[in-house]
Unconditional design. Structure first.
Length: 485
């Protein structure tokens, strides 16, 4: 904040009215100057805040800390995951997130939102016949507003992470989020001559190695939209369909930066966001194509987004920021994972992650067993402050009509994220619901989401039971969800 202060010598002359009058006028002029200075600096702050909001990416601007355990093969006795979950998750209390009650959309009158669409058909597995191929992929959130705008690139630290991770094998495809200028990033790594790049309107970027691949088609599809209280706009799926020049194999590559709030799936929810991503594939790819989906999903394994996606694709690898919101998924077979690695942050607030996968049967390559525990292990870094906290599950326009058991009402809560945090802090709380206060008064240039984002605080209802079948209901003006412990 900027404070304007003023001091003036008070000169009193008992016998001189002229001096008194002059002093009063001087004080008035001084106060006028102070007020003008205060108004000027307040205007500068408002313009600066507006500018930062415009240049700031659609992302969470918190630095997270913590490490993940060494990746180890999943015990054979536990077997493969089923319906996107795994028995190991029961040990971490995640059973409350994975009951069949979540397999369907809420009941009642479905809102008319652009991002609510039909459920897509199942995806195919990658074609196993034909010439096999090893493929290396990168996913990296570049933290652009901070790393490149605020810190000037930090000595090209992100580019150095990319370059160092290519010393053994170059990347076939790369997906970047919070990416304003992909040419700058690759040029600093000396890679611009090797790759062609695409830059999407939501600051997602992707690159492919042009000596090995050729483009068949490419595009951008809107798939989600942020919740009002963390609103930056719509979110897209930037995609390209490639053909390998030597083997003829086809790859459908999708890069995505997911909607806020974390684990909400945006205004249409995690199921709809996942379905829209999958429909991007079914609409633009062809059966037999290898499919790779990368991104900062703003959703981890506790979310409906990832739970739904894992019904269609296999989770190849994930990072550890905010419980694992950076992910690589694919339609490969279980034994198609050859290598995975979490790289350095390179000045970002996210680790870059990569994977090497096998397309087709390769007799001389030993695949890794999928590590079903990794998505759950990295969720142990959830905390109780803004820098580390994330909500287990959040649903916009939904209420949990739970009338039994313990309950508590907290008034004047600022936003649903805070309501979820209050639930997280009280071990009696198993679910929560939040009602936003009235929106801000109309303001030129502000759309509905911005007005809702500036709405007044509202009540937060903490509940001692999780919703059962039929208790998740569409209800305008409410947000409901679950903590994660």
């Amino acid at each position: 904040s900027v404070e304007a202060s003023m001091s003036a010598d008070e000169r009193l002359a008992d016998d001189s009215k002229e001096l008194i009058g002059t002093g009063q006028k001087g004080k008035e002029r001084t106060w006028h100057r102070a007020a003008a200075i205060a108004i000027f600096f307040a205007g500068v702050l408002l313009v600066g805040a507006f500018f930062l909001r415009k240049i700031g990416p659609a992302a969470l601007y918190q630095q997270t800390s913590g490490t993940i355990q060494l990746v180890a093969p999943f015990p054979a006795t536990l077997g493969p995951e089923k319906n996107g979950t795994h028995p190991e998750s029961e040990k971490k209390g995640t059973h409350q997130l994975d009951d069949g009650v979540w397999d369907k959309l809420p009941v009642g009158g479905e809102p008319k939102l652009w991002c609510l669409g039909p459920v897509p058909p199942k995806l195919w597995k990658v074609e196993q016949t034909g010439k096999p191929l090893l493929l290396k992929v990168l996913s990296y959130n570049l933290f652009w507003w901070n790393l490149y705008i605020k810190r000037g690139g930090n000595g090209d630290s992100a580019s150095k992470v990319i370059k160092a991770s290519m010393e053994d094998t170059p990347y076939d495809v790369m997906g970047f989020q919070e990416c304003r200028d992909p040419w700058k990033v690759l040029s600093a790594a000396g890679l611009l001559e090797q790759y062609d790049v695409f830059h999407g309107k939501y600051d997602t970027c992707m690159a492919y190695r042009k000596a090995d691949w050729k483009v068949l088609s490419h595009g951008l599809t809107d798939v989600a939209e942020d919740m009002p209280k963390n609103y930056y706009g719509k979110r897209g799926a930037l995609w390209m369909r490639l053909q390998h020049r030597l083997t003829g194999r086809k790859l459908f590559f999708v890069n995505h930066h997911g909607p806020l709030s974390v684990n909400s799936g945006g205004i249409c929810g995690g199921q709809a966001t996942a379905h829209n991503l999958v429909r991007t594939m079914t609409d633009n790819a062809e059966p037999g194509d290898a499919i790779i989906l990368t991104g900062d999903f703003n959703a981890n394994a506790a979310s409906l987004t990832l739970r739904t996606l894992k019904k269609y694709l296999m989770q190849v690898f994930n990072g550890n920021v905010f419980g694992g919101i950076d992910n690589i998924l694919s339609n490969i077979e279980d034994d198609g994972i050859v290598a995975t690695k979490r790289l350095g942050k390179g000045g970002s607030d996210h680790n870059a992650i990569n994977a090497v996968i096998a397309l087709g049967k390769m007799s001389n390559v030993n695949g890794l067993s999928p590590d079903w525990t990794l998505p759950w292990r990295v969720m142990g870094n959830n905390g109780f402050d803004d820098k580390k906290f994330w909500c287990g599950r959040m649903e916009f326009g939904v209420n949990y009509e739970i009338s039994d058991g313990w309950s508590k009402t907290v008034e004047n809560v600022k936003k649903p994220d805070r309501c979820c945090l209050l639930c997280q802090m009280d071990k009696r709380c198993k679910a929560w619901a939040f009602k936003q206060g009235p929106p801000a008064p109309p303001h030129p240039g502000m759309d509905w989401h911005m007005l809702q984002g500036k709405a007044f605080p509202g009540p937060c209802w903490l509940k001692g039971l999780v919703p059962q079948h039929g208790q998740r209901k569409w209800e305008a003006g409410l947000v409901a969800g679950l903590p994660y412990r």
